[in-house]
Design a protein around this ligand. Sequence first.
Ligand SMILES: Cc1ncc(COP(=O)(O)O)c(C=O)c1O
Length: 438
Amino acid sequence: MAKFLSIFTMRNLLVLSLALNLSLIMRVFLDGEKQGFFFSVEQRGPSMGEDKEAHATQRTLQSVSSSSGQEGMEKVINLDHGDPTMYEKYWMMMGERTTVVIPGWHSMSYFSDVKNLCWFLEPEFAKQVFRLHRVVGNAVTEGRHIVVGTGSSQLILAALFALSPKDGSEPMSVVSTAPYYSSYPVMSNHLKSGLYVWAGDTRSFNKEGPYIELVTSPNNPDGFVRHSMVNRTGGILVHDLAYYWPQYTPISSPADHDLTLFTVSKATGHAGTRIGWALVKDAEVAKKMVKFIELNTIGVSRDSQLRAAKILEVMTNTTEIGCSDSGESFFEIIYHLMAERWRLLQAAVNNGSMFSLPDFAPGFCHFLQQETQPQPAFAWLKCEDDAVEDCESFLKGHKILTRGGRSFGVSPKYVRISMLDRDINFSLFLKRLSIIQS
Ligand SMILES: Cc1ncc(COP(=O)(O)O)c(C=O)c1O
């Protein structure tokens, strides 16, 4: 307890110093927006080729362009994507420690490690992944092959490819429990593959034969811990544990599954680095995933892997026993930031009767060594007002962009709201919720 209090005091100092720097940081962000920096990043969105995503990206473009130079209530707040910009503040604080310099002659070959089953896996990245899981205790790594991907998005597709029989009489069914991650149906059907096809919510899935179940835990969008639902013979499970980190959910035990996916996007906030990893038990499955990535992108950016390795290294260093007293512990700081955001959101929602949030049960977190509350990366908000059928449209009318329940296979009374945006947008969002309920 004394140790915890000393950490907390250090954290307070840190928050104070961050607050002092906030105006400078905001200046940088606002200048960035005015200069169209964020605009040019989002321009890549439509290449995803999917209507919903293209539409969502279009709305980002509109919100960025319409928010330029605007303050306060006129600004469109885009909380549709789970863009983890909240994390910038922490990494700014870490300064040069995460800077990676790559000489022009370095990493030129396609090959990272020809002796590894995953020949494009950077050994340093693999080392830091193993080290991080060991310290956090959120996944068993013994006896696993690491397959690195261009984000876990590429690994989801690689897993579907690897797990579907090549000589099946019909495409393999892909299912997940609603509300499910909105990209799963889109990814499964995008290329009209003959190997696999989206078959919807596990609860209504009654087709005989083999299937792949995507288990997301904690779940995107609602934040609840999930287990497989179908439990029939011929089922193959893919565990998408993008959010199984102490800042979002209690770490109850090391995940021990056949195929588990993680991503730096949600672990460290480096979504733009586009690096994810799979822990795979079966060498043949891992080889097929590697084949998919080989055919798709001939490997994964070595530069990105080296950058991700450095970020993971620093993150683990701040976390290891003996270092957490420094007040720099990544997970403790982000955990407290998330706790504060959830406290403020709950207060804003409870201030009226128009909205509700899920109720979560606390659990013991073996990493933080205390009971913690789930505090998901997304708020799964319900419009309780009978007059509001479509919560997404309702909030859009108040210049808050969210993603509606239909995208997740459920009622439009629900919306998913990113909790990972920058302070300035999160504060505006809270302010606007209060005004709606006043
Ligand atoms: C559950 C889940 N899986 C996978 C992804 C994809 O992440 P990445 O940025 O690594 O492609 C996301 C991103 O939001 C997600 O929420």
